[in-house]
Design a protein around this ligand. Structure first.
Ligand code: IPE
Ligand code: MG
Length: 257
């Protein structure tokens, strides 16, 4: 494994990695950002897309290889219809302006989440963006859209149960690795760092399984104001953490022989 690759938690040694390979962000605070300015929430969401652009541009320069962002949760359908409609329009807004550049720069785009509920037009756009960037691997951008961590685990469990019912697998085949490989995020390493701006301190159903050993950083900035300097500050906080993956610190091992 190259020095820059992240070790899997099972074989990991403790320490402070200089920079996380995979960063995941809960893009939160759009509504409050707009309200503070006396603007409709929709404009907060549009400003949020600009923050996403800044962050995607900054991430590779900070040696991040995977970025997963939470754009729309399975619970966001409970918002007023007009706001849901605006949120549904965001991927289009983003892809229309940026997919060409993302592709040119070697970014592979993946959208993770339930397809049910999304319009045929949005699905086509998502499929096009994914197909177009499929062979890129300089940087990976995963967009969680109509995503819920619990729903993703339920779907994987259901598919496994179906395999058992048809005799393709037996119950004993299920372990952490197998379940992990059946999630929407399979193919990406688990996030090293999960960032949530806007002052809220919770995961809100984001990457529940994958978050097992992620470091969590909460920042007091609303997402539309987010930029390279905030990402850098999150990485600085990350660099100060001691990741032990359930083991004990190396100096403790030495001290106790
Ligand atoms: C994040 O901003 C966007 C989505 C959740 C889709 P919010 O809309 O949650 O903003 P606040 O939390 O109300 O400020
Ligand atoms: Mg919110």
């Amino acid at each position: 494994m190259a020095a820059s690759e992240k070790p899997s938690p099972a074989g990991a040694s403790s320490g402070n990695p200089a920079s996380p390979l995979h960063v995941a962000i809960v893009m939160d605070g759009n509504g409050r950002w707009a309200q503070k300015r006396g603007l409709p929430r929709t404009l907060g969401h549009r400003a949020g897309v600009e923050a996403l652009k800044r962050t995607v541009e900054a991430a590779p320069k900070l040696n991040i290889r995977w970025l997963t962002v939470f754009g729309f949760s399975t619970e966001n359908w409970n918002r007023p219809a007009a706001e849901v409609a605006e949120l549904m329009a965001l991927p289009r807004r983003y892809f229309e302006s940026d997919i060409e550049r993302l592709d040119r720069e070697g970014v592979r785009v993946k959208v993770i989440g339930r397809r049910e509920g999304l319009s045929a037009e949005l699905l086509r756009m998502i499929d096009d963006a994914q197909a177009r960037t499929e062979t890129n691997d300089k940087f990976h951008l995963n967009i969680a859209f109509n995503y819920g961590g619990q729903a993703d685990i339920v779907e994987a469990a259901r598919r496994f149960a179906e395999d058992v019912a048809t005799g393709r697998r037996s119950p004993g085949d299920l372990d952490e690795q197998m379940l992990g490989s059946m999630l929407a995020t399979s193919g990406s390493p688990p996030p090293d760092l999960i960032v949530r701006p806007s002052g809220e301190q919770r995961l809100s159903n984001f990457l529940l399984w994958e978050a097992a050993y992620a470091e969590l950083v909460f920042q007091d900035v609303l997402w539309p104001d987010y930029g390279a300097e905030h990402l850098e500050a999150a990485l600085k906080a990350f660099a100060g953490r001691d990741r032990r993956y359930g083991a004990i610190a190396t100096d403790n091992v030495l001290a106790t022989g």
